[in-house]
Design a protein around this ligand. Structure first.
Ligand code: ADP
Ligand code: MG
Length: 228
């Protein structure tokens, strides 16, 4: 099922007078298996668009759909369930819980999904293997390098078997070699499992590797490029 935004606006209103367009008239389609990047300077609206796709924020105008499901008409609870069922998230700063081991960080969203203990165990093992950390599950985040922490966060994102991964500047905190390895891992997951990726980035190495580049400025898409 594809995700689809049609003429979406998101206006942030911080006071009576001050309104900021985080997103303006955004239309885009994300077919299954897409490998796409939103590219633009800081403040251009990349995170806003990812949060809209995730249903974490609701458009002030326009429509947001997943297949024939209208995400904007869902209740908060339905949106949360929809997100857990279909999406995984990756962040620039990994966002691992420091008091949990790597394996427990991966388990956490699976428990929210209500999976059985044995299913959770299998999935954690599978996810750690996919990211090349099968022997590291017992470590705490602070005992891992930045690249390894990002791998744990990727394992957490894929363990729920989502359709779509939303990754907000996932290589921004990584050195060049590690960033390249992480990009290769994204490509592998995209090709092997037809897992859909939408990145926000200004990392040229990542921009060069995606299929579709959406340039965004002041909340608006200014150019679409296909790296076929
Ligand atoms: N919660 C918020 N309240 C008010 N303004 C916001 C909020 N989130 C983002 N903005 C504004 O929306 C614009 C886009 O921000 P953002 O989506 O975070 O851009 P990017 O991720 O490209 O840096 C910026 O002008 C930012 O200041
Ligand atoms: Mg951002």
């Amino acid at each position: 099922m594809q995700f689809e935004l049609n003429n979406v606006d998101k206006v942030y209103q911080s006071s009576e007078e001050i309104k900021v367009y985080g997103a303006k008239n955004i239309s885009l389609k994300i077919p299954e298996g897409e490998f796409m990047a939103l590219v633009g300077p800081s403040g251009s609206g990349k995170t806003t668009v990812l949060n809209l796709i995730a249903g974490l924020i609701i458009p002030t105008a326009g429509s947001l759909k997943h297949g024939d499901q209208d995400i904007t008409s869902m209740s908060l609870e339905e949106r949360t369930k929809h997100r857990l069922d279909y999406m995984g998230f990756i962040f620039q700063d990994y966002q691992l819980l420091p008091i949990l081991k790597a394996s427990e960080n991966i388990e956490f969203p699976l428990q929210l999904k209500g999976l059985s203990a044995s299913e959770i165990k299998d999935r954690v093992e599978w996810a750690l293997k996919q990211v090349g950390l099968e022997k590291m599950g017992h470590r705490y985040p602070k005992q891992l390098s930045g690249g390894q922490q990002q791998r744990v966060s990727i394992a957490r994102a894929i363990a729920g078997k989502p359709q779509l991964i939303l990754a907000d500047e996932p290589t921004a905190n990584l050195d060049s070699k590690t960033a390249q390895e992480i990009i290769e891992l994204f490509k592998k997951l995209n090709q092997e499992f037809k897992l859909t990726f939408v990145f926000s980035t200004h990392d040229q190495r990542l921009i060069d590797q995606v299929r579709t580049v959406l340039y965004i400025k002041d909340g608006q898409i200014t150019e679409v490029k296909n790296n076929a």
